[in-house]
Design a protein around this ligand. Structure first.
Ligand SMILES: [Zn+2]
Ligand SMILES: [Zn+2]
Ligand SMILES: [Zn+2]
Length: 221
């Protein structure tokens, strides 16, 4: 039984001793609160954060971030394949917790900290597409072995032989998948589905009146 969070509250909780820490500069105490408030809000950029705490640009935040790193509420780390990432903690980390190390993806080596640690979003997507490709090929082969030698094209306009050159085949789809792999990060990675195959009997029962493809010339029903 899944449990959903009803809604996020428009409040943020800060650590009292950090906010009242007189050793921190007033800007870094404000920065701590502003960073916590802007976590998960894609509309607030680091540039906005800089403006909100009253400094000119992101570069000028550095000494204040350093104060917060020292206080254990901010970490500033390189993540594989990404720009530097600021992590803010509500509660100060204990000294032994402070070395945040990036967890690279086991597949591609890029940072996976923002997703499943050890598997990045892109590689997880690739795994899913590959699994659906495998299933689709198995389904297609099973239909073919069961005597389904007719196919109806994508736009359902024509009746084809299963091996018509205008249809997707496991080989063609696998080649397209391999060619799309470098673009997986941009979302261009998907499985070109194989046609659904039918037996002559199934088509007769459906009373199919589709025109036969002139390229592959399937046997009349
Ligand atoms: Zn990382
Ligand atoms: Zn990966
Ligand atoms: Zn055809």
């Amino acid at each position: 039984m899944p449990v959903y969070r009803a809604r996020t509250m428009p409040v943020v909780t800060v650590h009292r001793d950090t906010l009242l820490n007189s050793k921190l500069s007033s800007i870094s105490r404000l920065l701590y609160a502003v960073l916590l408030a802007s976590v998960d809000d894609d509309d607030v950029t680091m540039k906005d954060v800089a403006a909100l705490v009253g400094v000119q640009d992101i570069g000028e935040l550095r000494p204040y971030l350093d104060e917060l790193i020292e206080a254990g509420v901010v970490e500033y780390a390189d993540h594989h394949g990404q720009e530097r990432v600021v992590t803010v903690h509500q509660l100060p980390l204990l000294p032994e917790q402070r070395s945040h190390v990036c967890v690279p993806c086991e597949e591609c080596g890029d940072c996976s900290c923002g997703y499943l640690k050890g598997l990045c979003r892109t590689c997880d997507g690739i795994c899913r597409v590959e699994a659906s490709a495998e299933q689709d090929i198995a389904r297609w082969k099973q239909q073919l072995e069961g005597g389904a030698t007719y196919a109806i094209g994508q736009h359902a306009a024509r009746l084809h032989r299963w091996d018509c050159p205008t249809l997707n085949s496991p080989e063609k789809s696998m080649a397209q998948l391999a060619a799309a792999r470098p673009h997986a990060r941009n979302g261009g990675f998907y499985w070109p589905r194989l046609p659904y195959l039918f037996t002559a009997e199934e088509l007769r029962q459906k009373n199919s009146k589709k025109r036969r493809c002139a390229i592959c010339g399937p046997d009349p029903l």
